[in-house]
Design a protein around this ligand. Structure first.
Ligand code: ADP
Length: 444
């Protein structure tokens, strides 16, 4: 590749992004915003205090959680807020894994170095890596050496930030367990923030954010009803719901728009009114993305509820009695000092809907916690499992453990048993397993 082309690709990667949001456009994440203020904005604003006490300010924060839950939105909003707080101009560099990866050997590392150099030159600045798992996957013998080299470069660059204040690296991923664990050590991504699927209250706030500028807004009671009707919707689903409702309103008030060629019907935007029924129609047209992803977290369906609601409530009340902390959204844990771990084993035939209905409904009640299903597919990549146990607090589900056991090799069985034994009682991990016939002795 010619030198000019190389220069160009490095220049492109170092271009700033202009974030268009601030914290007022983020709904249902007030606790996240508070944490970011404390961990990023305050230390940067009062860097002199930290220097005086010889304490290093945080270098990196890792955002993780399902897609569409506001990770990119919050990173952009953080840059805007920092400008407001009087940092001068905060440069924001948003890159995806694919922007950095290059087919030429050594070129990706060069791009990364160029990006960090520019960010340091223009500091204060934020480098935001979207889809970090694509850029820095777990290094293993199976991975090609290109990825290993990129991860090593990224680690070195982040370590290099130790001597420069004012450059923050934010990484975002939907699959934190696939990110190389070295990046999660102190001094690199110091803090980890989980972005859950929004709760009912958070969904209402997100809807309100998207309607901020509307002249005719739905009534408060209807918004509460709509929030209850949208279980499993993430922030971007709620945005899509508003867009769909607008389309329904246009079709209702201007029935001709579908018949006439584009642009022939003039719509007076200020007179358009989105009714409650438009939202209900829109809701019928949309499937939440969490359901598209496999639907492993959901309420009991109205048909099943009369049969299993009682059992579900009994199980939930037992869990709540023994480990109430799992139900508190922003509970603060004294890791290691207290006993937090929860182990629940549910026994019943698959015909009783244990794995198909009860487990997804338990997870729906704990939707503020990340969950991992330990099934045969996970055994292909054991790192995912051991890495997941570092996400605190979280839920580990082992469905049909007896079936899984008969399928596993003896060394894999030993691996799982030792992993489960190694989880310290002071870690807030809830393990939920189900079985039908007999619990394997080793698991017992
Ligand atoms: P992620 O990075 O987690 O995949 P994004 O931040 O890109 O998700 O979200 C996509 C869009 O969804 C945003 O541009 C925004 O319009 C909407 N959205 C997501 N979460 C929220 C939220 N908490 N409040 C308001 N809008 C949201």
């Amino acid at each position: 590749m010619s030198a000019m082309k190389q220069e160009k690709s490095c220049e492109k990667i170092s271009k700033r992004t202009k974030p268009a949001t601030d914290f007022s456009k983020v709904g249902g994440l007030s606790n996240h915003i508070k944490i970011l203020r404390d961990t990023i904005i305050v230390p940067l604003l009062h860097n002199n205090v930290y220097t005086h006490f010889n304490i290093k300010t945080p270098r990196g924060v890792l955002f993780y959680g399902p897609p569409g839950t506001g990770k990119t939105l919050v990173a952009g909003a953080l840059a805007t807020e920092m400008n407001k707080e009087g940092f001068g101009k905060v440069s924001f560099y948003q890159r995806k894994g694919a922007d950095v990866l290059d087919k030429w050997v050594g070129e990706s590392e060069k791009k990364l170095r160029a990006l960090f150099e520019t960010a340091t030159k223009n500091r204060p600045s934020i480098i935001f890596f979207d889809e970090l798992d694509g850029l820095a996957p777990i290094r293993s013998a199976k991975n090609d050496h290109v990825h290993c080299s990129i991860v090593t470069t990224l680690l070195a660059l982040m370590d290099g930030l130790d001597s420069v204040a004012g450059v923050i690296v934010i990484g975002a991923t939907n699959r934190i367990e696939s990110v190389d664990p070295a990046l999660r050590r102190p001094g690199r991504f110091d803090r980890e923030l989980y972005f859950p699927l929004p709760s009912t209250e958070a969904r209402k706030e997100i809807l309100q954010v998207h309607m901020q500028t509307w002249r005719h807004k739905p009534a408060n009671t209807f918004l509460s009803y709509l929030a209850a009707l949208t279980t499993g919707f993430c922030g971007s689903d709620l945005q899509a719901l508003c867009a769909e409702a607008l389309l329904c309103a246009m079709k209702r008030q201007y029935p001709n728009i579908q018949k006439c060629p584009l642009g022939k019907v003039k719509i007076e935007a200020s007179e358009l009114r989105i009714d409650d029924n438009d939202f209900i129609d829109a809701r019928k047209n949309l499937i939440p993305s969490s359901h598209k992803l496999g639907n492993r977290i959901r309420k009991l369906s109205p048909i099943i509820a009369p049969l299993l609601q009682h059992q579900l409530e009994t199980i939930l009340s037992r869990i709540k009695m023994l480990w109430p902390h799992f139900f508190m959204q922003f509970y603060k844990y004294l890791i290691g000092s207290e006993r937090y771990i929860g182990r629940v084993v549910l026994v019943g035939s698959s015909l009783q809907g244990l794995t198909a209905h009860i487990v997804p409904a338990i997870l729906q009640n704990l939707e503020h916690l990340p969950a991992l299903f330990l099934d045969a597919t996970i055994m292909q990549n054991k790192n995912i499992l051991s890495n997941f146990c570092k996400n605190l607090p979280s839920v580990l589900v082992i469905p049909r453990v007896d079936d899984l056991w008969s399928f596993l090799e003896i060394n894999e069985q030993m691996y799982i048993t030792s992993l489960l034994e190694d989880i310290h009682a002071g870690l807030p991990i809830l393990i939920v397993a189900t079985y039908e016939e007999e619990l394997p002795l080793m698991v017992k």
